[in-house]
Design a binder for this molecule. Sequence first.
Ligand SMILES: [Zn+2]
Ligand SMILES: [Zn+2]
Length: 242
Amino acid sequence: MIFREFLSQISDAFFPRICLACSRVLPSGRPEFFCADCFCRINFLHGSLCPVCGITFPDSSAGNHLCGSCTKQPRWFDFARAAVVYEGIILDTIHRFKYGRDLTAGAALAGLLADFDFDGVDFSAFDAMIPVPLHVQRLRERRFNQSLVLAHALGKKRGVTVDFSLLKRQRFTLTQTGLNKSERDTNISGAFAANRLDKIRGRSFLLVDDVYTTGATINECAKTLVKAGAKRVAALTVARVL
Ligand SMILES: [Zn+2]
Ligand SMILES: [Zn+2]
């Protein structure tokens, strides 16, 4: 037994790790955050999808095809993909992380994002990852940017630099929660500004965020970067509303 494993077992004996969803004690020395039963209830996104916004079509035999929304409204990003459905255990875990400042919940979500097999995503094609920025007022309230925590984990795993200096939230916006699609578009319009244009022009970026709901925030970030000269913008999130 190596020394680190020994320390981990001592630590588990005194401070047993518990499942984030059901509080059951987890087996010692294992890196999981959920028990096997709760992990089975997490709905990972696979199968046919819209190649742009990443919404899945679980009952479709037609393969990948544009969804109605992306057919009507062209997006500024190339594609958006998510690891899991925003519901149940995942919804609770994201709320604990964002609003309860539960960093263990954050580590669980970062692990889900970093370990997910984003089929067809070539990470080497991107120059940097950009976490969706918070306004300084929101950052003061929350004390951390959840997207930056997620981007660090994903960037480390995939070997892509994280650069949070290229995009700023210049306008404070009300929370998007409870707004419909057109209200979200209006609320977020003009909220971001590009920074250091020499580092943006001709380069490709992966935006990182916790949840994709209607895509309004991701689209506004992508628009800001593309208008500043970015060659290509795509987005990865932990969860997606279906
Ligand atoms: Zn559990
Ligand atoms: Zn779509």
